[in-house]
Write a new protein. Structure first.
Length: 501
């Protein structure tokens, strides 16, 4: 650490939302020239605290002190004035504008009486900002033509253009490749050397130990503690976050393997999926691994009827089925939990209850074709309890729940339909370790009930830890099959890059 006095102090910050105390007397300190990890389960209050710091929310009590002086942050412009910038998990760039326009949007600095911007000056400043973080690109490029890693760098340049001293990064690597993550870490190291303070929110433990100097932990909206990264183990850190020892991050339970429920023969879709054949059996979790772009999601959506197959056959319980839409798939007992829960799994403006029963409303109809609210509410509350969904009530808007609890609501939605086959695509992406374990336990219960579960995951440890069998995909084809006992990270990667025996 460069300075002995904190650049930022948040003291005894409290925040209420309707029916929820989101933060209670939470404190935090950040220093110049360091990366501070802010950790906790989903719903612990991390994002709320950072939204207060960045002016999105206003605190109900407590104080914010920057460079020794208390400040009153009542909006985003106030935060920017005090050198605070936040880079959200969902980037806020405008795709049809150029890079330089995105960097200086709202911060153009109009000239004199004419109130015109100096385009040449902004372009040069944009080039310099990007060069300073090691990104050389034509700044006239439209943002829509950039990959996610490049967009992340534009967001950083945008923060630097506002003379930010404190940059908050919320789950910055969720959608990045390993190469893009490495590049981002190089930029973060450079920002540290320039005396900036980075507040880093992530559920990826390896990243925390690689890039962060100190760690502040929240749990249930309360401050739990602060440690230096070098002074704590991964297991102890997890215990701080969840309030209990997690002896097993991946609670594997073997079940009696039954007959094939789902059988796929020579399934193809466009150029994304080529002649895929496999069986998913009762009482097993069948994992699908592979690199980004290997065709795993396209395969799942073809089985589910979202994409129309080019060729191939699908069998359920030994009988060939014709699936032309998700409705057909659901009727045949196949459900699909999307990797993008907000766009494809939830209706954010609706309640927990409505999201949970949306696919099964007929079950709660009375004779007059109206919903029996009593029965619906009884079922919803049963699943809220069964899946330990943290919500003040079933009528809470789903958008106000944490990512882990949103994912449990989607799981409940499909479980209510009693599917034969459940396809889950990146089921724990962006979810904390405690919620992950709870989701794994639900999957184990379904497996014990004789369901066939297909898990698509980019998390190698998850695939190895929870699956009975693993199929690896490469360029739209299955390149290898591994049973749990023989599977290893090295073998999976070998098949993922297309090396066959």
């Amino acid at each position: 650490m460069i300075n002995t006095k904190p650049l930022l102090q948040m003291k005894n910050v409290t925040k209420f939302f309707p029916g929820v105390k989101a933060l209670e007397d939470v404190s935090l300190e950040a220093y110049s020239g360091e990366v501070l990890a802010l950790l906790g389960e989903n719903g612990a209050g991390k994002s709320t605290l950072m939204n207060i710091l960045s002016g999105v929310y206003y605190k109900d009590s407590g104080s914010i002190i920057i460079e020794g002086s208390e400040v009153d942050i009542r909006g985003i412009k106030d935060a920017e004035k005090h050198g605070i910038a936040i880079i959200h998990q969902e980037l806020s760039l405008l795709p049809n504008l150029s890079i330089w326009k995105n960097i200086f949007l709202g911060n153009e600095g109009f000239n004199g009486i004419t109130r015109r911007i100096n385009k040449k000056e902004l372009i040069e400043k944009s080039k310099k900002l990007l060069e300073d973080i090691g990104f050389n690109i034509d700044v006239d490029t439209l943002v829509k033509n950039l990959n996610i890693g490049e967009k992340q760098l534009i967001e950083i340049a945008k923060a630097l253009s506002k003379k930010s001293k404190i940059i908050i990064m919320d789950e910055p690597t969720t959608a990045l490749t390993d190469v893009e993550t490495t590049n981002l870490f190089k930029v973060i190291t450079k920002l540290k050397s320039q005396n900036m303070s980075i507040v880093y929110i992530s559920h990826r433990m390896d990243e925390i130990f690689q890039i962060c100097d100190r760690i502040t932990v929240l749990r249930d909206g309360k401050y739990i503690g602060e440690v230096k990264t070098k002074d704590i183990t991964k297991d102890d850190l997890i215990s701080m976050m969840v309030g209990r020892k997690l002896e097993e991050l991946y609670p594997y339970k073997k079940s009696a393997e039954g007959q094939a429920i789902l059988k796929v023969e020579n399934l193809s879709f466009s150029k994304k999926v080529s002649n895929i054949s496999f069986e998913a059996k009762s009482g097993e979790i069948l994992g699908f691994s592979g690199l980004m772009g290997s065709g795993r999601t396209e395969m799942a959506k073809t089985i589910f009827g979202e994409y129309k197959k080019s060729s191939g056959k699908i069998f359920v319980d030994g009988c060939e089925v014709n699936i032309c839409s998700p409705k057909d798939s659901i009727e045949k007992g196949i459900c699909y939990l999307s990797e993008d829960r907000k766009k494809e799994g939830l209706i954010l403006g609706m309640s927990v209850a409505n999201n949970m029963t949306l696919s099964n409303l007929k079950k709660y109809e009375n004779g007059a074709k109206r919903i029996n609210k009593t029965e619906e509410s009884k079922a919803v509350n049963e699943y809220i309890k069964k899946l330990s969904i943290k919500t003040p009530s079933s009528e809470q808007l789903i958008k106000h729940l944490s990512g882990g609890n949103q994912q449990k609501v989607i799981l409940a939605k499909w479980i209510m339909l009693a599917p034969k086959v459940l396809i889950i695509d990146e089921p724990t992406r962006g979810i904390d370790v405690g919620a992950k374990k709870e989701i794994y336990e639900v999957l184990n219960e379904l497996k014990a009930m004789g369901k066939a579960i297909i898990m698509i995951s980019s998390d190698m440890a998850e695939i190895l830890g929870i699956c009975d069998r693993i199929l690896v995909m490469h360029e739209g084809e299955i390149s290898g099959e591994l049973h749990r006992e023989e599977a290893s990270q090295e073998l999976i990667m070998k098949y993922a890059v297309g090396i066959k025996d």
